[in-house]
Design a protein around this ligand. Structure first.
Ligand code: AMP
Ligand code: MG
Length: 338
């Protein structure tokens, strides 16, 4: 079933509450809503997640309805620790050893591990697959919330399907206000792009989605990884459109094209050094930091700014072809895909 058609008809409009996670009652209030099967957006170190009780099929279904997410796009389950992850998987000793090794080093952090799912996991979460992705986020608010919940949180990015992932609570409001029960406002997220998704079934690691944790960082710990996100059979969610600001056509172009367009009126998004080299211009200009990590942290906010500016076309400068830029390049390619 495709949920997009139902999303258009969704009837239960709600007032979306904004919780300040510094206030002592906020985590308890968020937990209370989640335990009633409602949706609460929360910050992680990557992007804001749209959380629901990951063991409650009705709650999980609301995620697909609220986001207009195609039902063949599986969700990542978020946990506080490896101990909470283990009952969600059905692993052989080799897989368990690899999961432990990776979790010891990279959890909490931006690494989602795909392993055979146990029968506790609703099939809506896995989109009918026999595997499930699980990660332990590092953000302090996310950890407090997960420690308060006796269930894992299914949490895709907290945006309408197809739009950029939210890196601030305001971005969540932009696309999901009135569609979800609450947002825990933890300020801007640190990393700004989504987790790395690694399939470690049968002890043969395959990189399903590049993310903020780079392939060399993983290979230093577990040896060779097969890269499969650009294969003919990509990870399920990668088939769909992603990260596209509403009403804005994005085009990824080389530095020569940026230079040629500098004196024209369309908007440009490029790195700071490029902007410094080319000087001032009259058209809209978004300058992003030169380092890959700072660029990633600023990228989706820049996309939402383009929506606010109401521009029709934005030229984006290609980024360097090195491992630390790989996930950013992937997001830019998807954002500019037709
Ligand atoms: P999102 O939470 O929106 O960033 O999307 C999660 C993504 O993780 C999906 O779109 C898939 O690409 C990937 N993913 C989640 N679960 C699985 C799984 N069981 N097998 C393969 N990929 C998965
Ligand atoms: Mg997403």
């Amino acid at each position: 079933m495709n949920y997009l058609s139902e999303y258009v008809d969704i009837a239960d409009q709600v007032i979306t509450e904004i919780f300040d996670p510094v206030a002592t009652e906020s985590i308890a209030n968020a937990y209370s809503l989640l335990s009633e099967g409602k949706l609460v957006a929360f910050p992680t170190e990557t992007v804001y997640g749209l959380g629901a009780n990951g063991l409650d099929p009705l709650a999980v279904e609301k995620i697909f309805l609220a986001k207009g997410r195609p039902s063949d796009n599986p969700l990542i389950l978020h946990v506080a620790s490896l101990d909470q992850a283990l009952p969600l998987w059905q692993v052989n000793p080799q897989e368990l050893q690899l999961a432990r090794k990776l979790a010891d080093i990279f959890w909490p952090g931006p690494l989602s591990l795909v392993l055979p799912s146990s029968d506790r996991v609703p099939s809506l979460v896995t989109a009918g697959l026999d595997s499930v992705a699980v990660r332990a986020p590092a953000n302090a608010v996310a950890r407090k919330l997960l420690n308060a919940c006796p269930f894992p949180l299914a949490a895709p990015s907290a945006n309408l399907s197809g739009r950029p992932s939210p890196t601030r609570a305001e971005h969540v409001t932009t696309t999901l206000d009135g569609r979800i029960a609450a947002i825990l406002d933890g300020g801007p997220t640190e990393i700004g792009i989504e987790s790395t998704v690694l399939d470690i079934r049968k002890a043969q690691p395959r990189l399903l989605r590049p993310g903020s944790l780079s392939r060399p960082a993983l290979e230093a710990v577990i040896g060779k990884i097969i890269q499969s996100f650009d294969s003919t059979e990509p990870s399920p969610g990668l088939r769909h459109n992603h990260y596209q600001p509403r009403g804005v056509k994005l085009r990824l172009v080389n530095s020569e094209a940026i230079k040629a367009a500098w004196s024209q009126s369309n908007s440009i998004l490029c790195r700071q050094t490029t902007g410094n080299r080319l000087g001032s211009r009259s058209g809209p200009l978004l300058l992003l930091p030169d380092s890959a990590s700072d660029f990633a942290a600023a990228l989706y906010n820049a996309f939402y700014s383009l929506e606010d500016l109401g521009v029709e076309l934005c030229l984006i400068e290609q980024v360097p072809k090195s491992p630390e830029w790989r996930a950013i390049q992937d997001r830019l390619e998807r954002a500019t895909a037709d």
